[in-house]
Write a protein that binds this ligand. Structure first.
Ligand code: MRU
Length: 367
């Protein structure tokens, strides 16, 4: 499989066996690149809940492919798909693409003609979700690269320093990523760009995933601890912050990996633009107030107490705390719209507000 570039994909149907969906087991990166088989919808559920796959768009796509497996193997395909949908919906509460993909698939089940082969219908749509996601990321890249070009011009071609948090890259989507798409486009256009990569505790999606894929795509980057961003901003080392999001309200409040809010505060204090890149599939048009309405996932305390890495050449997990230290593990936080300079979508860059989003997505006005 491709590990970078135009043909890279994070989920696909096994070429010689259409009863198997394949993913990259992202828990093992960057130390091991292992392809993992999903043979049942329950395998898909585990892959989402245990974060073999993660990132809002890829979570949605994996749910769609899991529903294909449910239809393929269920004695009564429609009821198996509904059973699987109910379980999948609970697997990751914050990323709204999960709900979006499941509702899209269930609508197809409801509309299917008597006698239609549900598995064929759902497979075609899962493929369409993936193809559309790639085009959406391309759109985000095209609109976002203009921001980097403008900074590059202001700096007379000197390096444009981007800070990003977590992994909103190819690995979080099907390809190109959300926050990374403008960066990959900038590279293609010859803009001198460098990325500060937040480590992103507790699961280290920055150090383990973003750094891996930036290296695979030959993007200059430097890993920093999560607490370094404010210092770098104070010293003029950050020109722009671009993050992704797992759910954005119709008023522009942004839920993203824990720690994003602190980056937005530091950017605001230092007059640095803070942009969020997102596909429209991540907008929750039914919610307005992110702090009140977005469910924040709490995950296993061992993600905080333990660190995964390589020790003497072997994969190892190390506990860093004493055994009975009380731990809380909130996976996401909400950045209020007032701290967001703009939302980079596939249709353009919107002001982080209901008016701004509805200008780009007028079909959502009537809700
Ligand atoms: O817990 P994860 O790894 O699924 O969280 C993903 C993120 O928060 C990413 O930062 C990303 O911006 C959202 S998906 C493009």
């Amino acid at each position: 499989m491709q590990r970078s570039g135009e043909d890279f994909r994070t989920i696909w149907l096994k070429p010689d066996d259409r009863s198997v969906v394949q993913i990259i087991d992202q828990r093992l990166l960057p130390h091991e690149y292992r392809v993992h088989d999903l043979r049942s919808w329950q395998d898909g559920l585990v892959a989402i809940a245990d974060m073999y796959v993660r990132g809002a768009p890829l979570i949605g796509a994996t749910a769609a492919w899991s529903l294909y497996l449910a239809a393929l193997h269920g004695a009564d395909p429609a009821s198996t798909v509904r059973e699987a949908a109910a379980a999948l919906l609970k697997s990751r509460p914050t990323a709204v693409n999960l709900r979006w993909a499941i509702e899209r698939t269930l609508a197809l089940v409801d509309q299917a003609a008597p006698g239609a082969v549900l598995a064929d219908i759902i497979r075609a749509d899962a493929e369409a979700i993936c193809d559309e996601d790639i085009e959406i990321s391309r759109g985000i890249g095209m609109h976002g690269v203009a921001l980097l070009e403008a900074i590059s011009r202001q700096k007379a071609g000197a390096t444009v320093n981007v800070l990003t948090h977590c992994n909103a890259g190819s690995l979080a989507t099907i390809n190109w990523g959300t926050a990374t798409a403008p960066i990959y486009f900038a590279m293609q256009r010859g803009i001198d760009v460098h990325v500060w990569v937040d480590e992103t505790r507790p699961r280290n999606q920055g150090s383990q995933l973003t750094a891996w894929e930036l290296a695979a795509n030959k993007v200059p980057h430097t890993l920093i601890v999560d607490n370094a961003g404010g210092h770098l901003m104070q010293h003029g080392e950050v020109d722009i912050v671009i993050t992704g999001t797992d759910r954005t309200t119709r008023c522009g409040d942004v839920a993203n990996k824990i720690g994003t809010y602190l980056k937005a505060l530091a950017a605001h204090d230092n007059g640095i633009p803070f942009y969020v890149a997102l596909p429209s599939t991540t907008i929750d048009w039914d919610s307005r107030d992110g702090l009140m309405e977005i469910p924040i996932e709490q995950r296993d305390p061992t993600e905080v107490s333990d660190i995964y890495g390589i020790c003497n050449g072997e994969p190892a997990r190390v506990r860093t705390t004493s055994a009975n230290t009380p731990i809380s593990n909130f996976a996401f936080d909400v950045t209020p719209a007032r701290l967001v300079t703009g939302l980079i979508t596939e249709r353009g860059v919107a002001e982080a507000s209901e008016v701004g989003l509805l200008d780009l997505f007028p079909e959502k006005r009537q809700r």
